[in-house]
Design a binder for this molecule. Sequence first.
Ligand code: 8YV
Length: 316
Amino acid sequence: MESLGVLLPVPMNAYLEDELARRYKVFRLWESPPERRQDFIRANAAAIRAVVGNSKAGADADTIDALPRLEIVACFSVGLDKVDLVKCRERGIRVTNTPDVLTEDVADLAIGLAIAVLRRLCEADRYVRSGAWLSKGDYKLTTRFSGKTIGIIGLGRIGLAIAKRAEAFGCPISYHSRSEKSNTSYKYYSNLVDLAANCHVLVVACSLTEETYHIVNRDVLDALGPKGVLVNIGRGPHVDEPELVAALREGRLGGAGLDVFENEPDVPEELFGMENVVLLPHVGSGTNETRKAMADLVLGNLEAHVMNKPLLTPVV
Ligand code: 8YV
């Protein structure tokens, strides 16, 4: 039987790459210089029937158009914003992602970021390491996390997992999403500005779509206010980043815990000097346990596809 040709647009988790190479014929796009990548795809289009993408690169319209034999896009991510889903539906290309297996880690990180910002964990760590504790004495007082009102944008799997954790800290929970959920008693706000005005920590946990692009804009940041904290474990483009930087600089926002940015890995340098901000390099799902489970899910979906069995986590 013809081996499945799998295009990898960017480097993947090492275990996943090894396993893919063991089972299929792998085409590593990034090994070609940027100006030769379209030629590389064209030259190998006859063999490529699968794309394995992630949060950095997936299958955009140009890539899909260049691959007439493409059958499946298996994402090593829960987010599908790097896949042209409309085109995949039109062409009958199957799409899978990695839900559930990363939920706990991402929710843990959201709570960790909120605590890190309010309790100034990173700044306090730097205080000890720099010798300031010895030379300047005790560290300044910070702000409690327990009991603070948490507003969550998007009450899907990850949003609910964040809510469950925050409840254990005695935090009242409210949320904003397209529609009110019937399966929770958390307070619903149909208007995001109203949610921001009524919470202390606002967490972005929705998927990135045209409707949620820059959903956190100047009005939302101003409603959150000088005592408010923004936590983003979703996608950078959920937040209007220049507005976020301005709000922090001008003291209109209390702080921010950010795992994602608009132009990763570029992070606005102005944030580097702000002690009320905690910056992480997109590590929400970045544990050994979760990345292995995500990789196994990608492999399982590809295997199911090849064997003509039901996909494990189909999206399209
Ligand atoms: C990344 C993520 O995919 O699941 C998502 O949507 O953003 C992450 O899990 C991971 O960093 C691999 O690139």
